[in-house]
Design a protein around this ligand. Structure first.
Ligand code: BGC
Length: 432
């Protein structure tokens, strides 16, 4: 692979989510989930990477690593720790963090919901409650009024498909239900409607208040590349069904405003285009095998068992860069909307594969750009080692290593490599 250039208009950076790195939040539902022993090795979201206290150090590192954009989330439970009560400390904290990013010339993309919520919201039934959308929109309104002057790029909801699946089908996230398909659909429907309302709200507030900068609102979709294990009608039906349930219903809802079966029907908030960009979180390729077991959403989704170890990350997921091209191209051909690669990364504790992972995926981004696809951002996941949700702190996704005993940060060699890429917009073949 020869060296290649990337255009300057493609901003390069990294992504995080509050609950995975901040630590210290007892009002978040992941705190109770940790107390219930549901996080690997008895670990707790309370630990985090102490980012809440060390955000200045971390933003300095971001700047030293030449990153131009940063995707972060604002934790709902920090802003509204109990229903209807706004925390001035939480608001002041994020104001300071976002202002510092701006001072350093790093463009923030703020996620409003990244898998966690306040415990009070969870206690009301979380995203299955009839009041869920209203509660979420009231939080969004507060956040956009508070920070809309310094944030113009917003990601409403992270991975509604993974969230609905892991909360109500796989039982990995609170409230930990298994095979509860009715709730899976209810959560998905509520998230679609919440996204559309948040989209309208963000545009309205930023316009009314005359905030500067082009408003860009989207959501982050988890798009794995799906392949069938077999040929034939049943296999293609299985793949089609899974693609519909895991990907298409969210595109239809969050981009076009349309509810399609099994989420519902019609246009609950009117027909329109409710994304200024599409956020793509891409990690791997999955093989679908059809099954008639409804608990498995009519098909099993696995990694290819024949992939050699050198092409797997520390969690055993296949490293498959061409999938990034394929999922984005499909999305572009359908919607022609700007693309943000809102997450792409791997757990790689010894840092042996991360630099080439970044290089190979950026090569796919380059192909997309050459083919006319409007890719505008690339956020490596993640800036820091973090809480990999129910898997705990074992998997190491960070460009920056965190020593959880001392909370010291160590910049990994791959981060130095990526820093050069960010600085020159030139991707080198040689990894020193
Ligand atoms: C999520 C992140 C998570 C990452 C790696 C995405 O599904 O948005 O929060 O850490 O994948 O599993």
């Amino acid at each position: 692979m020869a060296d290649f250039n990337l255009p300057k208009k493609l901003l390069l950076g990294s992504a995080t989510a509050a609950t995975q790195i901040e630590g210290g939040d007892k009002n978040c539902n992941w705190y109770q989930w940790s107390l219930d022993g549901k996080v690997g090795n008895g670990e707790s979201s309370l630990t985090g990477a102490d980012h809440y206290n060390r955000f200045k150090e971390d933003i300095n590192l971001l700047a030293e690593l030449n990153q131009q954009c940063y995707r972060m989330s604002i934790e709902w439970s920090r802003i509204e720790p109990s229903k209807g009560k706004w925390s001035s400390d939480g608001i002041a904290h994020y104001r300071e963090e976002l202002s510092l990013l701006r001072e350093k010339g790093i463009l923030p993309l703020v996620t409003l919901h990244h898998f966690s919520c306040p415990q009070w919201f969870q206690d009301k039934g979380g995203w299955t409650a009839d009041t869920a959308v209203e509660d979420f929109i009231s939080f969004c309104e507060k956040v956009v009024e508070e920070f809309g002057d310094i944030v113009n790029e917003w990601c409403t909801i992270n991975e509604p498909n993974v969230f609905a699946n892991d909360t109500y089908m796989d039982g990995k996230y609170p409230p930990g239900h298994f095979g509860d398909m009715k709730s899976y659909f209810k959560v998905s429907r509520n998230m679609v409607i919440a996204h559309i309302k948040a989209y309208k709200l963000i545009h309205r507030i930023r316009t009314e208040k005359g905030f500067s900068g082009e408003t860009a609102v989207g959501f982050a979709h988890h798009l794995a590349y799906f392949e069938s294990s077999r040929k034939g009608l049943l296999a293609s039906l299985g793949r089609g069904l899974i693609t519909r349930l895991f990907q298409t219903v969210y595109f239809k809802g969050m981009v076009e405003g349309q509810l399609i079966a099994p989420l519902g029907s019609g246009y609950p908030e009117g027909k329109g285009c409710y994304c200024d960009f599409i956020g793509v979180n891409y990690y791997s390729r999955h093989i679908i095998t059809p099954t008639l077991n409804p608990g498995a959403l009519f098909g099993t989704i696995d990694f290819d068992p024949n992939v050699p170890d050198e092409r797997k990350n520390d969690l055993g997921w296949e490293i498959y860069p061409p999938g990034l091209y394929k999922v984005i191209k499909k999305c572009w051909d359908k919607y022609k909307l700007p693309i943000h690669v809102t997450e792409n990364g791997l757990p790689d504790a010894d840092d042996g594969k991360r630099a080439s992972f970044i290089r190979e995926h950026l090569k796919e981004v380059k192909h997309l750009l050459d083919d006319g696809v409007d890719v505008r951002r690339y956020y490596y996941w993640s800036l820091l080692d973090n809480l990999e949700w129910n898997d705990g702190y074992g998997p190491r996704f960070g460009l920056i290593e965190v020593d959880y005993n001392t909370m010291e940060r160590h910049v990994r060699p791959s981060a130095e490599y990526y820093a050069e890429v960010c600085k020159n917009h030139m991707v080198k073949e040689a990894i020193e």
